[in-house]
Write a protein that binds this ligand. Structure first.
Ligand code: MOS
Length: 716
């Protein structure tokens, strides 16, 4: 048998992807297909009082213009409101007010341009400091007595930080293709939560979810953006129902900025205290962020990681929303953890300097085995190993501590910075069916989505380790509500949730095979063995719930519910950890900041797919460089909406901005969270990168920059 580690394998879908064979949602081609285009609101708030559609309908090829009158009224009362369709109101600039459907994409675009809504505009506000915006406090996160402890601290640091609005821009644009046929609705849409999307579309249109299927087998990047229905999804579904023909909408990039989830501006004020032994034992952390009128992206999440990075026993975390007229902010890679660890790990660095301690040694001296919030042990924690290995690989011992002390003779300032990151490990329930055939085929269907992170490769790693089957005949059906109930795949919990059920299915199939063979010894792989004994196939169905979850969780999963649990489980808490080491070089004249090398060492429990895991971390580091040095969405306070809503003006890192990224894994299985010992990964990878960069900039220049993104102007 094996030692439990997994070998490095190619991406199982890599060959198809580079050959363009992999079909993404918008690649679906259908006879009689109609094309749709949305009409975005040109006011920031108000009502549509009239809608002239004659000019649009006169465009050759335009089939129909959907407006508010084409949608069922939402139910009068009871339960949460369904996702919006078209109802004649405008809640934010860019919100769709009509949908044009045409024989060609060109006609749909031309038609959408010619729809002329008349609006009754209302007063609006879009900035966190705008007139009349009020503070709405959220729930506190509490351990011990932070105020009393801070009053008695030997050393304290108090500082405020700010992170900007940012938008995710996966390569795959948002799209929906809807087919209404035989009283059933089939949706092709890139989604990380196809059952959730199914529920949302059914609720928005007043349909029974049983007649809706969603197919999202491969997603071209998601990162939290593709959770639930998009603003346009039910509109396209309705168009298919009304026209009786398949309808496709691919949302232009500029509209993605105005309707999809985004990272809201956030402000953090932290007071961090150490006792006279240099132990961080008290923190008060106040955070506030931009929120939409009805948004639910909470502030409690900002405290999940800082409160558990060092086991600070006296912790008070507060949060507050500032509601404005925008689309809802939401999950975006490290939604809370990236801004929180930027702020918190900058403060930790400041405290290390105030105490005259090395930033790595200071962090290592503040290790913990306990989650102070839940008051229970951590199931596994290898942050100190990450810090030690990272320091070794980076060559940290050659660092001279004084800011500015490592400058080159030509005036280039060099800085070395470190930061830790943490992320809760959450898991969801999963159901799987596995069928191995005498014909050489294997079909595995389960809950989970392939968004490029390597879900299929991780599943294959387990199946091919546990079963003697033919890789070429392996089909992995995920992201499809007709294959298995589809849990939301997000928050880095995909592998940790899907791989245990995969292991269980493989073990169950091996057991069934042993029964079937009844003591006979048959040569060959499983397919050949089945053929030899005259069995066409062997199938098993298994399910898996998270720690502390019961059978009711599976029922919830079958109904398309949200079955997430963690990071606090009965009797233990599970977190993933990462340590980033960054070198920055700042050019003497232009003051441009370069990041020539990064070392990231990760404790994500057992690594199931080394190839794609490392790729996730490199992606997270690149995004961290973008978040720290490039990305900011500019709000238009005069008219609402966002000004730099394209990839020319929303600046992300390009190849020239990215150099060496050295990724290592501790690869120690968590003993409790699941049978494989895998913890959260993907989302963890960005967490702490921006703090490591800011800390390196401080080391290079002596300037402590507390607002992202850090720009050339900050260093002039
Ligand atoms: Mo996650 S916010 O789905 O990267």
């Amino acid at each position: 048998m094996t030692d439990g580690t997994f070998p490095d394998r190619d991406r199982i879908d890599g060959r198809d992807k580079v050959r363009g064979v992999t079909a993404y949602a918008a690649d679906v081609t259908l006879p009689e297909l109609l094309h749709a285009m949305t009409v975005p609101a040109t006011i920031a708030k108000g009502r549509v009082v009239a809608m002239a559609t004659d000019a649009a309908m006169a465009v050759p090829g335009v089939v129909r213009v959907l407006t508010a009158g084409d949608f069922p009224a939402p139910p009068a009362a009871g339960g949460p409101p369904p996702p919006p369709t078209l109802n004649g109101t405008v809640a934010y600039r860019g919100e769709p007010v009509a949908l044009v459907v045409a024989e060609t994409l060109e006609a749909a675009i031309e038609g959408a341009r010619l729809v002329r809504p008349d609006y009754e505009a209302e007063e609006f506000v879009v900035t966190i400091d705008g007139p009349g915006v009020v503070r709405e406090p959220g729930q506190d996160t509490v351990a011990g007595d932070a105020e009393a402890a801070l009053a008695g601290a030997a050393t304290t640091i108090t500082a405020s930080y700010e992170t900007p609005i940012q938008h995710h821009n996966p390569i795959e644009l948002l799209s929906t293709t809807a087919i209404w046929s035989g009283g059933r609705l089939t949706i092709y849409e890139g989604s990380q939560s196809s059952d959730n999307l199914r529920n949302d579309i059914a609720a928005a249109l007043g349909l029974d979810r049983a007649i809706v299927e969603v197919k999202s087998p491969s997603v071209g990047g998601s990162f939290g953006q593709k959770v639930g229905a998009q603003r346009h999804s039910p509109l396209v579904a309705r168009a298919a129902i009304l026209t009786g023909r398949p309808v496709k909408l691919v949302v232009p990039r500029g509209q993605v900025f105005h309707t999809a989830f985004f990272r809201p501006v956030s402000r953090h004020t932290i007071r961090l205290g150490a006792n006279d032994a240099g132990r961080m034992f008290a923190a008060r952390y106040e955070v506030e962020h931009l929120q939409s009128r009805t948004g639910r992206f909470d502030t409690g999440g900002y405290h999940h990681s800082p409160s558990r990075l060092y086991g600070i026993e006296n912790y008070l975390g507060t949060g507050a929303d500032y509601r404005v007229d925008t689309q809802a902010p939401g999950a975006m890679r490290g939604p809370h953890e990236h801004p929180a660890c930027f702020a918190f790990e900058s403060t930790v660095d400041e405290l290390a300097y105030a105490l005259g301690q090395d930033p790595v040694a200071f962090r290592r001296a503040n290790d913990t085995a306990v989650d102070p919030i839940a008051g229970q042990p951590l199931s596994s924690r290898f942050l100190n190993e990450c810090l030690a290995q990272g320091a070794e690989r980076f060559g940290w011992s050659r660092r001279t501590p004084a800011p500015g002390s490592m400058a080159e003779p030509d005036g280039t300032q060099v800085g070395w910075g470190v930061a830790s990151g943490a992320h809760p490990t959450l898991v969801t329930a999963a159901i799987a069916t596995l069928r191995v055939g005498a014909d050489g085929r294997t079909r595995f269907a389960t809950s989970g989505h392939e968004m490029g992170q390597g879900m299929r490769t991780a599943i294959a790693a387990v199946l091919l380790r546990e079963l003697d089957i033919d890789e070429a005949g392996l089909e992995i059906a995920i992201g499809d509500t007709s294959a298995a109930p589809q849990q939301v795949t997000a928050g880095g919990w995909g592998t940790a949730s899907t791989v245990p059920v995969t292991l269980k299915a493989a073990e169950s199939l091996r057991d069934r095979m042993t029964e079937l063979l009844a003591g006979r010894t048959v040569a060959g792989n499983l397919h050949e063995q089945l053929a030899a004994i005259g069995s066409p196939s062997l199938s098993v169905e298994v399910s898996q719930v998270g720690p502390g979850q019961g059978a009711d969780t599976l029922e919830e999963l079958r109904a398309g519910g949200f079955t997430l649990v963690g990071p606090e489980y009965p009797e233990f808490t599970t977190m993933s950890y990462i340590a980033h080491f960054v070198e920055v070089r700042i050019e003497p004249r232009t003051r441009r900041i370069r990041v020539p090398r990064v070392v990231s060492v990760v404790d994500c429990g057992r690594v199931v797919s080394p190839r794609t895991a490392a790729s996730q971390v490199r992606g997270g580091v690149v995004w961290g460089i973008g978040a720290a040095l490039r990305e900011e969405t500019e709000v238009d306070p005069r008219f609402g909406g966002f000004l730099n809503a394209d990839l020319a003006d929303y600046v992300v890192p390009v190849n020239a901005d990215v150099a060496e990224i050295d990724v290592r894994f501790i690869d120690q299985p968590d003993p409790l969270v699941n049978t494989i010992g895998a913890k959260t990964l993907g989302i963890l990878s960005i967490v702490g990168v921006s703090a490591a960069i800011a800390n390196a900039v401080y080391h290079a220049t002596g300037k402590r920059l507390r607002k992202l993104p850090i720009r050339i102007d900050d260093l002039l």
